[in-house]
Design a protein around this ligand. Sequence first.
Ligand code: HEC
Ligand SMILES: [Cu+2]
Length: 340
Amino acid sequence: MLALVMALVVTGCASDAPQSALDPAGPFARSLHNLFIPVVWVATAVFVVVEGVIVYAVIKWRRRADDDGEVLPAQMHGNTKLEIGWTILPALVLGLVAIFTIPVIFELNAKPADALQVSVAGQKYWWGYTYGTQPQFGITQANGIVTANELHIPAGQTVNLTLTSTDVIHSFWAPRLNGKRDVVPGRSHNWLLEADQPGVYAGQCAEFCGTSHANMLLKVVAHDPVGWTDWVEQMQREPLEPVSGAAARGFALFAQKGCSGCHQVDGSYEMVAPDSPSAPNLTHLFSRDCFAGCIYDLNDRNEMEAWLRNPQRKAGSLMVVGALTEDEIDDLYAYLETLE
Ligand code: HEC
Ligand SMILES: [Cu+2]
């Protein structure tokens, strides 16, 4: 029993956990944390008092060895004072918790107009992000910025996410920056994020959404002001269509093999087939570090080639392609690499 408890306790600990709500890195996550910790202590106090009384009673009034059981203890039913007491006391405790909780609910549901606005689309099994034109954040391009899986934000600034889904219910969760928010088809939910410091913050889909739910990770990349300007500039640059060599062959294959039926590349391939599953916009694929729900390393060429060979290596993936030869894969890779 003790070994089991110890095992549970030990698996609950990691000194370098990248995705811990107990290590808040921004004001919204901190508000939740500041609520969570005192409530845990209140709950602990209640637990100790209630369990203490139970253990005391069980020991004090246990059946003794010399008790033959012939004389029953006094039988009683109900104690009005006690029952009123243990109804009112928990109500008071919960009322106290509510006093601190309610302002945080309002804080987390605010929709600050001066925040960076990003639309987030949860889909099987990846995250799509669209930033509309917002000159105050450097985004001047008429069609904004579209990217996937990695959400880039300026550090120290409030970001207002608008969450939508076209398939099933997902949940957006970047624990060090805020709690979870459901992403529900037919509805639009708001959620705030803010990171104090530049850095990379891990997250994931937190609502079971199908076979590859566990492979639907995300990353929030918070930039310092210079890094943010650079990123925005890179995202607004239109990639050049390759004119010769492997990349040009890959560019042609991108249409021939049906990739352009699902994937958009701004300026080159802009019409996806109406019945295709929604797929990540690849215009600036190589501005990212991870792909396919952030489970593969984009800087590892082998991972990308393995993906093109068999996108079903991610269970339940909605990417379906016919068999490609190794030469075709090399050419496609050469083209994808130009999308930075
Ligand atoms: C039937 C639609 C469809 C076709 C056709 C298709 N893809 Fe995909 N692709 C997807 C979907 C959906 C994903 C996201 C999968 C996931 O993460 O679960 C994806 C993901 C990707 C990614 C990773 C992008 C990212 O940022 O996560 C790359 C790269 C990619 N596809 C390249 C290609 C290439 C090259 C072809 C043509 C050989 C192709 N795709 C054909 C639907 C498609
Ligand atoms: Cu999901």
